[in-house]
Design a protein around this ligand. Structure first.
Ligand code: AMP
Length: 422
């Protein structure tokens, strides 16, 4: 359990509470993200926190680590196997198919935000309940959509003041002429070097050979430096698609680092795969990633519907923003300091009328004296203390004190809203 009052309960391992002041910034970042996604026509969607386990087994793929080792799967009281969502894309595609959104105008463009669940080994920037911001564009394989999706993420990061770099790759599509052919070449290479690989990576040769590129083991990484690369084995159409994506990125001034060893953790990815990396985060430095999933809709029982999207890791984004969090004030503008019985009775109605006018307001409910109320006003983050006492009430005025500059002036109560809005 964490340090603090011993209540005998702590949040479960790998989960955490998002407390003020961080939670203010959190809320702002989420709002800003959803607004920036909306600027490109992505509409919000909410899907359940849990799905039928099959959605992920089929969608994300049973050879992926997420499905094989990390899912929170349980039987409910009706003996149905359900799983807390480990990611957002398969649920969104499931919802699109279920509600026939793909029968309307294409592409279907959707955005989401919320918690995901994976039973990973917790460490800084890696949690068991973590939060993602995502978009999905479903129904087009046009390379400009790939570039659009990437550009939206980059504009969002820049807007919140986060420096990131973009790594990109194409992992081809599932066909003998493309990735399946490449996988055979790769497996041949891995077999030739089995003895040099770390033990756990040997197991992956047959199930998920491309994931070997993601190994954290030094000896495996050493071997992979000489491994054949997917980009040398793409079919013509995937190669053209990749070139075109890069062309579209170039047209909007986005530079990317081509990373032919970039593979993604979820099995559904095809063609474009990308990742955003930020500094100062140690080993968990990917603040977002995504890619195409041209076969996902079919795997989930739908028609061929190529799609692309990203998921940005909110927890890591917040870690990267770091220090800034403590400095962000909440939305309270005015703190009503009431002195004397009559004024105390006015404090609550005054606060409610300010709030009704859209001005954040707080007042004392702890029976504090003047000094205590002024201290609490500082705690509240309010810009102004609105002081009311017998004298002020007699003249229908309040004293408005600017808590930053210390300046104060009298203001008629009926002009208070106008004054505070200024
Ligand atoms: P993925 O869904 O695995 O492609 O991950 C997309 C992004 O979500 C990553 O780049 C991370 O920023 C974030 N993320 C993934 N897993 C975790 C986790 N266990 N804890 C915190 N953030 C995560």
């Amino acid at each position: 359990m964490a340090k603090g009052t011993d209540t005998s309960f702590g949040a479960p391992k790998g989960t955490r509470d998002i407390l003020p002041p961080e939670s203010w910034v959190w809320q702002e970042v989420v709002g800003y993200a959803m607004d920036s996604f909306a600027l490109a026509g992505y509409a919000p969607i909410e899907t359940p926190m849990f799905e039928h386990t099959e959605v992920f087994e089929r969608g994300v793929g049973s050879t992926s680590e997420v499905v094989g080792k990390q899912m929170y799967t349980f039987d409910d009281r009706g003996d149905r196997s359900l799983t807390l969502r480990p990611e957002g894309t398969a649920p969104v595609v499931r919802a699109v198919l279920e509600h026939n959104l793909h029968r309307g105008a294409l592409p279907v463009k959707l955005s989401y935000e919320g918690p995901m669940f994976r039973q990973e080994r917790p460490q800084k920037g890696r949690y068991r309940q973590f939060y993602q911001l995502g978009i999905e564009a479903i129904g087009s394989d046009h390379p400009a959509v790939d570039a659009e999706v990437i550009e939206i993420a980059i504009r969002f990061y820049a807007g919140i003041g986060l420096d990131t770099s973009l790594k990109i790759n194409s992992i081809g599509h599932v066909d003998e002429s493309c990735r399946l052919g490449y996988a055979k070449v790769l497996v041949g290479f891995l077999r030739d070097h089995t003895a040099e690989l770390a033990a756990e990576d040997r197991e992956r040769i047959d199930t998920n050979p491309m994931r070997t590129f993601d190994s954290k083991e030094k000896r495996t990484q050493e071997v992979m430096r000489a491994a054949p690369l997917i980009t040398d084995h793409l079919c013509d159409s995937c190669r053209d698609h990749y070139a075109s994506v890069k062309g579209h990125l170039d047209a909007v001034g986005i530079t990317c680092e081509e990373e032919p060893r970039l593979v993604r953790g979820l099995d559904y990815y095809t063609r474009t795969a990308f990742e955003f990396v930020a500094g100062g985060l140690g080993s968990q430095d990917a603040v977002g990633g995504g890619g195409r999933y041209d076969g996902l809709a079919e795997v989930l029982g739908g028609p061929h519907l190529p799609g692309i999207g990203f998921a940005l890791g909110l927890d890591r984004i917040m870690l990267s923003l770091g220090e800034r969090q403590a400095a962000t004030p909440g939305p309270v503008v005015a703190y009503i300091v009431a002195l004397g019985d009559a004024a105390e009775r006015r404090a609550f109605p005054l606060a409610t009328s300010l709030r009704a006018a859209g001005i954040g307001a707080e007042f004392d409910v702890m029976g504090r004296g003047m000094k205590g109320q002024m201290k609490d006003a500082d705690r509240s983050g309010a810009r102004y203390a609105v002081i009311i006492g017998d004298e002020e009430l007699a003249t229908g005025e309040a004293t408005v004190k600017d808590l930053t500059s210390g300046d104060q002036e009298r203001c008629p109560l009926d002009r208070l809203e106008e004054r505070l809005k200024r």
